[in-house]
Design a protein around this ligand. Structure first.
Ligand SMILES: Nc1ncnc2c1ncn2[C@@H]1O[C@H](COP(=O)(O)OP(=O)(O)OP(=O)(O)O)[C@@H](O)[C@H]1O
Length: 669
């Protein structure tokens, strides 16, 4: 194309953008008008509220963000289709922009010379702050294909990062798209090296599934599980930017917080409590409460006396036990069947059917409740957990004596109510609750950083996704928890999805090749079987800065921060948790403001990140402070260092006074 043609073409595309934005504004205007009229339209208050909710959601979904492009691509099939963040139609209902999730849009991500899917030309647009600045064509019908060599894709990947994570709809890669568009019924596990887009894939899959199964998933819900609140705030803007405002985000601890955390466990106790055998211990202990009925039930009812012998009572209990119901549900079933027998006797003798009131009364009369309290006693999750922690010998041979000693409460609480639970106890309470009642299940659950789930945490998620599917995202090499998975099959088993397929992602979009090469040196020492990342990024800098005098370490870090601030983008200092306060004081003294990682909207350009919080986050320039201390701080310290080294988008500086960990030095490579 001549530059004149290019200009004309670009002007035409800009016109289409302006017109599409105007059309979207009209759509939103119509939705707002409906919203204000909503109360009058709907007949009853409930209807009005439901309609109001739908319409206000619709208004929110139609929000236009002037800083992001409304469309980012064009497909020429027979006619031209624009692909963007949401559907935009003109006043006659004709599409001006197709939602990226629409079936036709799929070709934008997947069409290739080998499989053009009817596409003659694919056009990608370059944007600056929502303004269209350029475009790039691939004439698939003429055998032209850019793949990852696309200039616009490269610019997007190499763009300096600031603030929270952004969506990647404009540049989803074919292997990512395959995961994003997987069927709702399919549970999948993505094993991906750092920066391969696992989080991005999970969030876009949630948005895709909501688009395709809107009503169903709105009822059952979609849940995103992340490792900590810093991570959740980092990703919190992605789904709303895609028009999805109703997805729940939580840490595992948020999901199971039935009680406040008021105690701290020893490391040994934590290990036992997160061990999958605890599920067995609790199950056995709970069901051991059942007792064989030996006494008849005798009820006086006015001038009548009813009697149920031990034998039919035994049958009722045995049968309910065989039905494999949650404990509390089984107890109510037994009660109902006992009352049923009383009812039959009454009908036989009086010739009348007793009413609701009579049935209610019989289900509460003392002889019936006394029978239940013996044969199938009531239980609460807290009670059960207190019982095992006070008497761990009741673990019935499952736990060793040492393990029992590790979890035993030396000072038993006076009452269950006054018991002080630890974080790990809450997972036991949740397990116990799951034995007693059914959890309601989400339609789809995305679990990020899943390599760190303990078996008991995985079970907590399994209870919440029993009737739904899951997307499990993680990297075995980044496992830092003591129970970190060595094989995804184990985690999938605990999650109740043993047959999910495990799909690798290996192309890295975050970390520059030089930095990946450094981090990859650690891989052999991590003893996990994962494919190495291959970075798409040829740019980027790595500097290793040895400091002769340990007392100069912090000062040298400060020098690096100051140098980093010369560049565009975010800056993070990642250090062992214990060094953070000291470093903050140094920065403040030097007049440099610093933010904490959960404050993603902070004004400060520098964030101080404790090594244990860095997982899942990324910053343009990362300064790693004393790797040896990061490694020494915990058992899986090398895995932690691997996580820390792979947070950098453009530049990584490693400042150290102590020798670098051996696994990192070239001789070890
Ligand atoms: N197709 C893509 N186009 C543009 N950017 C992408 C693409 N895929 C991923 N990215 C970007 O790469 C970075 C890393 O992605 P993401 O955080 O999803 O990776 P991850 O695999 O979850 O990493 P980690 O294991 O380190 O947490 C993000 O900034 C993301 O926006």
């Amino acid at each position: 194309m001549s530059s004149f043609d290019l200009d004309t073409e670009l002007s035409a595309e800009r016109r289409h953008l302006t017109e599409s934005r105007a059309a979207l504004a009209r759509m939103r205007g119509r939705a707002e008008a409906l919203f204000s009229a909503g109360a009058e339209v709907a007949g009853d208050p409930y209807g009005a509220e439901a309609l109001g909710r739908t319409l206000s959601r619709r208004v929110a979904e139609l929000a236009d963000d002037p800083t992001t492009p409304l469309f980012f691509g064009r497909l020429d099939i027979d006619e031209s289709y624009y692909v963007g963040r949401r559907h935009v139609t003109d006043d006659a209902g004709e599409p001006m922009v197709l939602d990226w999730r629409a079936p036709l849009s799929r070709s934008f991500y997947r069409a290739s010379v080998r499989d053009p899917q009817g596409v003659s030309t694919r056009r990608r647009f370059g944007f600056v702050k929502g303004e269209l600045t350029s475009f790039e064509d691939e004439h698939l019908d003429r055998g032209e294909e850019l793949g990852t060599k696309s200039r616009i894709l490269t610019a997007e990947i190499e763009r300096p990062r600031v603030g929270p994570m952004r969506d990647i709809v404009a540049t989803i890669q074919p292997e990512q798209d395959e995961l994003v568009r997987a069927e709702l019924a399919d549970s999948i596990c993505v094993q991906g090296a750092p920066g391969t887009g696992k989080t991005a894939v999970g969030l876009h899959r949630a948005a895709y599934l909501l688009y395709l199964h809107r009503e169903r998933l709105r009822r059952s819900g979609v849940l995103i599980v992340g490792p900590n609140t810093a991570f959740l705030s980092y990703i919190s803007a992605v789904l709303p930017a895609l028009g999805e405002v109703e997805v729940q985000q939580a840490t595992v601890d948020d999901l199971i917080s039935r009680q406040p955390v008021r105690a701290v466990d020893s490391e040994a106790a934590i290990l036992v409590k997160h061990d999958v055998r605890m599920a067995e211990v609790l199950r056995k202990l709970l069901w051991s409460r059942l007792a064989k009925p030996t006494e008849p039930i005798m009820v006086s009812d006015g001038s009548y006396r009813w009697r149920i012998d031990p034998e039919p009572l035994r049958r009722i209990v045995d049968e309910a036990r065989r039905e494999d119901l949650p404990y509390a549900v089984g107890r109510e079933r037994v009660r109902a069947r006992v009352v049923g027998l009383l009812q039959r006797q009454s009908e036989y003798r009086t010739g009348n059917s007793p009413g609701e009131g009579w049935l209610r009364k019989m289900s509460k009369v003392a002889p019936v409740t006394t029978f239940l309290d013996t044969a199938w006693p009531a239980a609460t999750p807290e009670q059960l957990v207190v019982e095992i922690l006070v008497n761990p010998e009741k673990s019935g041979g499952v736990l060793s004596e040492e393990e029992q000693a590790a979890i035993r409460w030396v000072k038993p609480p006076k009452t269950v109510k006054s018991a002080k639970f630890s974080a790990a106890d809450l997972i036991l309470i949740d397990e116990a609750a799951g034995l007693m009642e059914r959890e309601s299940s989400f339609g789809h659950v995305v679990v990020d950083e899943a390599q760190d789930l303990s078996p008991m945490q995985a079970r907590a998620i399994a209870r919440r996704s029993e009737h739904g599917s899951i997307t499990l995202l993680g990297d075995l090499a980044q496992g830092t928890a003591p129970w970190a998975a060595a094989d995804w099959r184990d985690t999938l088993g605990h999650l109740g999805k043993p047959d999910a397929s495990v799909v690798p992602l290996t192309v890295g979009f975050r970390v520059p090749a030089v930095v990946v090469a450094l981090a990859n040196r650690l891989l052999p020492a991590l003893e996990v079987d994962v494919p190495e990342a291959v970075s798409l990024r040829r740019d980027g800098d790595l500097s290793i800065i040895p400091v002769g005098d340990p007392r100069a370490l912090d000062a040298e870090t400060l020098v690096e921060v100051t140098a980093a601030l010369e560049h565009e983008g975010s800056v993070a200092v990642i250090a062992a948790d214990t060094a953070i306060d000291r470093l903050r004081a140094h920065l403040t003294a030097a007049g440099i403001e610093s933010a904490t990682p959960d404050d993603v909207e902070a004004e400060a350009r520098v964030t101080l990140v404790p090594a244990t919080v860095a997982k899942g986050l990324e910053y343009d320039h990362v300064i790693v402070h004393e790797p040896a201390d990061i490694v020494a701080a915990e058992t899986r310290g090398l895995n932690r260092l691997y996580v820390v080294l792979t947070r950098a988008v453009s530049r990584l500086s490693v400042v150290h006074a102590k020798p670098l960990p051996q696994a990192l030095t070239p001789a070890a490579a």
